[in-house]
Design a protein around this ligand. Structure first.
Ligand code: ATP
Length: 288
């Protein structure tokens, strides 16, 4: 039996870093949501106790380093499952882009195996298990819109944001989240106003949201990769109302209220940037 699970990309609407913790992680405050660019994860139950993973992307490992593999192993170990699974990942989300592709694949495996193996584990428990795989996995387990705190693993679900369209522009570089956090200087950070962002979401106020989006990690990524700053500027010039980098980058997100405008900006950016997508913000869970 083959079971398909959607693994949507996440974008950040704000990323704030509050301080460094004794365990080496940073305390963050992030507002995240999902878009309709997604990987497709096929799960085939195996009678033998074995996990087989393969992804159709040269930058993704086909072994125990794959976050989807780690998710299946964590689930099997925690719930003493002796069955196996074959995981085939159709990668549509760019890799190392700040769009949480690997975390979303891992979350899709947790949700999918929960159904395939009739485990009936509540999402909150899957999210806790996901935190042992990566800080963004709990958010991806819910796959909605959320305020993430702690090291990113504490999830408070929110209503979907008012914006409906986004342009994603990814320059041809991959960014390591660990490298960006390691180089972050906590003094004089341009903190986004998370409270105002939450208000804008509550009030479904697109323009207020756009006024307050922001990402403190841009201070590092744009200094390492000046092209990210250039793409941000192009995105503003082209008419995006809110512009920020997603996660640790390098993907730049432009927010607009109408599809025709998103397509116009997409066409303008295509000559300038290697990978550009027009996506719709989903922002609510389509997973259960
Ligand atoms: P984040 O912002 O959570 O770091 P990202 O979008 O920047 O995510 P990913 O695409 O998740 O980055 O990939 C980061 C690294 O994880 C890459 O080096 C990649 O090889 C590895 N990886 C492991 N499993 C996967 C997977 N299933 N899909 C994508 N990358 C994976």
């Amino acid at each position: 039996m083959v079971f398909f699970e959607n693994a949507p990309a996440k974008i950040t609407l704000s990323v704030d870093v509050l301080g460094k913790r004794v365990d080496g992680y940073h305390d963050v405050e992030m507002v995240m949501t999902t878009v309709d660019l997604a990987d497709r994860v096929a799960l085939t139950s195996l009678e033998v106790d074995y996990i087989d993973v393969s992804a159709d992307n040269q930058y993704v490992p086909n072994d125990e380093r794959n976050l989807a593999y780690k998710a299946a192993l964590a689930l099997k170990n925690k719930y003493h499952i002796t069955r196996g699974v074959r995981i085939d990942i159709e990668k549509n989300i760019p890799v190392s882009a700040g769009l949480g592709g690997g975390s979303s694949d891992a979350a899709a495996v947790l949700r999918g195996l929960n159904k395939l193996w009739d485990l009936d584990i509540p999402l909150s428990e899957l999210a806790d298990l996901g935190a042992s795989i990566g800080s963004d996995v709990p958010f991806c387990v819910y796959g909605s819109t959320a305020l993430a705190s702690g090291r990113g693993e504490i999830i408070e679900e929110l209503s979907p944001p008012p914006v409906t369209w986004a342009i994603l522009a990814k320059p041809n570089i991959g960014v390591s989240t660990r490298v960006i956090f390691n180089q972050l200087t906590l003094e004089n950070l341009p903190h986004p106003n998370t409270k105002r962002i939450l208000e804008a979401i509550n009030q479904q106020d697109f323009y207020k949201l756009c006024d307050h989006v922001g990402n403190v990690l841009e201070t590092v990524t744009t200094s390492l990769y000046p092209n990210v700053q250039r793409i941000k500027e192009k995105m503003v010039q082209a008419g995006s109302k809110g512009v920020l980098m997603s996660g640790s980058g390098p993907t730049v997100v432009g927010l607009v209220e109408h599809q025709h405008k998103a397509i116009r900006i997409y066409n303008g950016l295509r000559g300038f940037c290697d990978e550009v997508y027009v996506v719709r913000i989903i922002g609510y869970s389509t997973t259960c």
